[in-house]
Design a protein around this ligand. Structure first.
Ligand code: ADP
Ligand code: MG
Length: 289
């Protein structure tokens, strides 16, 4: 016992406080029609981001405002240096805006504590990057299980869900392959499986097809379209017009500002690619219990 009968000191940062309020605050459902309408997935209000490198200030985003509804499939376009990755990092809560507000599901990210943010990144958002970011010398299964390990899911469930996710992206025959034993397209499919294994409501992808050949690009885009058709919000960054043309809405950044915002298909319509091709993602749904 410590002096004065105080409880022993908390054993450092490894212990986490139990969350006292929900990650996403929801209004009670009983307030009539208005309350039942859920807030947009994303609301960005007057966001600017300036990187400070010593004495140099690099404005990456200037006064960006946008709303993205749940279930939309949005491509963010722009040339290199236009601020796309900066915006994605802010949308994914990997970085904070210098000024402005950002609300996810109606909750201001500045009001979330570190636990909330970690939870959000681990469970609600699935990230996909241009360079795959897989752990080398580690099997596809173990890579896909990783986000579930962070979330504290037990081993058997982890394994089952990782197998389902890999199966859904057509990688059922590659569970035990390591990244170096897979093509770029296959590695990206593993990365997509890792993004969706937590069953996130939103997928954020930064140039996911930037390192892929046209065949693998089509595969990955079709998977995103399937995920969107299931109701997930997809935000895909690209500088390729062909890729952006597969989304339902295209937002263009120029020098850190929104210069164009075009809708290609209705919010509740099927993504363009699914109207042209037959989907394969039903494999995933069938594999689920
Ligand atoms: P994009 O993804 O469209 O190529 P970025 O968002 O990566 O654009 O970059 C936007 C601008 O911000 C560029 O001028 C870039 O050089 C600058 N920038 C990006 N990240 C950083 C950083 N970490 N530090 C300083 N400047 C940065
Ligand atoms: Mg970028």
């Amino acid at each position: 016992m410590t002096p004065a009968g105080r409880p022993p000191e908390r054993p450092g940062r490894l212990t986490r406080a139990v969350r006292e309020r929900p990650l996403v605050e929801r209004r009670p459902a009983s307030r009539g029609d208005g309350a039942r309408r859920r807030p947009p997935a994303i609301v960005v209000q007057g966001v600017s981001k300036t990187y400070v490198l010593g004495a140099i200030r690099v404005p990456a985003l200037t006064d960006v405002s946008l709303r993205i509804e749940r279930g939309d499939f949005v491509a963010i376009m722009g040339s290199s240096g236009s601020g796309k990755s900066t915006l994605m990092n802010i949308l994914g809560c990997l970085d904070l805006a210098s000024t402005g507000r950002y609300l996810i599901d109606g909750v201001d990210v500045l009001r979330m504590d570190e636990d909330d943010l970690a939870d959000l990144r681990n469970r609600k958002i699935g990230f996909v990057f241009q360079s795959f970011n897989l752990v080398s010398r580690t099997s596809a299964l173990a890579n896909v299980e990783l986000p579930l390990s962070y979330a504290g899911v037990d081993r058997r469930t982890r394994r089952r869900r990782a197998e389902e996710a890999l199966t859904s992206v057509g990688m059922a025959k590659r569970f035990h392959h390591q990244p170096s034993e897979l093509s770029g397209g296959q590695q990206q499919r593993v990365a997509v499986a890792r993004a969706l294994v937590t069953n996130p409501t939103m997928i954020l992808a930064d140039e996911p097809t930037g390192n892929l050949d046209s065949h693998s690009t089509a595969d990955v885009l079709r998977i995103f379209a399937d995920l969107n058709a299931e109701g997930r919000t997809v935000v895909l960054i690209t500088h390729e017009p062909d890729v952006a043309g597969q989304a339902k809405r295209v937002i263009t950044l120029t020098d850190g500002r929104v210069s164009e915002d075009r809708r290609l298909a209705a919010l509740d319509a099927a993504p363009p690619v699914l109207r042209a091709q037959k989907s394969t993602h039903h494999l995933y749904r069938e594999a689920r219990p």
